[in-house]
Design a protein around this ligand. Structure first.
Ligand SMILES: NC(=O)c1ccc[n+]([C@@H]2O[C@H](COP(=O)([O-])OP(=O)(O)OC[C@H]3O[C@@H](n4cnc5c(N)ncnc54)[C@H](OP(=O)(O)O)[C@@H]3O)[C@@H](O)[C@H]2O)c1
Length: 334
């Protein structure tokens, strides 16, 4: 094997981001190819998932600690098996796991999942049929429990999680109102994902527009952002409304945690707020995947992917995600 083939490209953490991550926080490096040990497999990575939780992890605010400087940036990926020493996978099979931002990865066989390419394109294994899809499905089925005729509000409406939440609530017969960060994303939420209305939280008259879009108040809210958007949503809660606390995108890039919202309306409405951690629902993954894949197949569930090309585009794609530039599930194609 010549020198070229014994190394691979990887994006490594150069310094811990302060505030909004910068391209210089990351560095493209040439690293030796990893070799699998017993019960491990080597994967050629084809897709990388860009996810907001990485920002929380790099800031030391996630269940898993910030990786050491110089190491490969962590993250989910999809790829084909090049070499298997576990006896559990065939060469050429498509799998997903925590590959990190690199051309190849060595993973413990027990941490890797097979990707069923017959369900939908394989990139969906980290999007609509992956953790974002399960997050949406678990929040809707287990917490929101939407009923026909109710009004449901969803933030990051055009994003990977929010777009599935909106469509599941629409399929349940609800009026679905989205909140998003640009006119373009609001148009995508209504035209592609079937939201009945979508309001831009960056507009000066946001609160007024939100009230106009929800004239009967809201019976449920799926919160992906926290902060001022959550505060506005709480002011619209109807009696016995349900609120899913799923994400805090509003504070991932802030050095200081902002002062909390006024939860008074939650008490007044006898509403139930429930935190969502997707990993509590892994046992339902097969059920969720079957249900969502059937909806994709019959045309009642759509998804959108925002694809960046080449490993070197991963840092800019991730920064774009944190800026809200992604139109759909953010991915890197290798
Ligand atoms: N609880 C769990 O187990 C779990 C699991 C998976 C994901 N999540 C959370 O779900 C949320 C959505 O994740 P996703 O993968 O679907 O990402 P996404 O919505 O596809 O992309 C992230 C979006 O966050 C919004 N955003 C970024 N910065 C923001 C800011 N400062 N203020 C308000 N919004 C901002 C932007 O959309 P807009 O411009 O439309 O606001 C951006 O497009 C994240 O908060 C994530 O951490 C939680």
């Amino acid at each position: 094997m010549d020198g070229l083939h014994e190394t691979m490209q990887a994006v490594c953490l150069r310094r811990v981001p302060q505030g909004m991550p910068q391209a210089q926080d990351f560095e493209l490096r040439q690293l030796p190819l990893p070799t699998p040990g017993d019960s491990q497999l080597r994967i050629q990575v084809q897709w990388l998932s860009l996810d907001p939780f990485l920002r929380a992890q790099l800031g030391g605010r996630y269940a898993v600690p910030c990786p050491p400087l110089g190491s490969i940036v962590p993250g989910y990926g999809i790829g084909t098996v090049l070499e298997d020493r576990s006896g559990r996978f065939a060469v050429g099979e498509v799998v997903s796991g925590l590959t990190g931002w690199a051309e190849q990865a060595v993973l413990d066989a027990g941490t890797v999942s097979r990707v069923d390419a017959t369900l939908a394109p394989i990139s969906t294994a980290v999007g609509v049929l992956g953790i974002p899809g399960l997050t949406a499905w678990a929040g809707v089925r287990r917490i929101l429990e939407p009923k026909p005729g109710q009004t449901l509000l969803v933030s990051t409406a055009a994003g990977a999680v929010g777009s599935v939440v909106g469509q599941l609530c629409g399929a349940a017969g609800c009026r679905v109102v989205g909140i998003s960060g640009s006119a373009e994303k609001c148009a995508i939420a209504t035209a592609e994902f079937g939201f009945d209305a979508c309001v831009n939280y960056r507009d000066a008259d946001f609160l007024q527009s939100l009230r106009a879009a929800c004239p009967d108040g809201i019976d449920g809210y799926f919160d992906n952002v926290g902060g001022a958007v959550l505060e506005a949503a709480l002011s619209l809660l109807n009696l016995h409304a349900r609120v899913v606390l799923c994400g805090l995108s509003d504070q991932y890039n802030r050095a200081e945690r902002p002062a909390g919202p006024n939860l008074g309306p939650v008490i007044g409405a006898r509403a139930r707020l429930e935190g969502l951690v997707v990993y509590d629902h892994l046992a339902d993954f097969d059920l969720c995947r079957r249900e969502l894949a059937a909806m994709i197949a019959d045309g009642t569930l759509r998804y959108r992917e925002h694809i960046h090309d080449g490993l070197a585009s991963a840092p800019a794609g991730f920064i774009g995600l944190l800026n809200g530039d992604n139109l759909g599930k953010a991915l890197v194609r290798l």
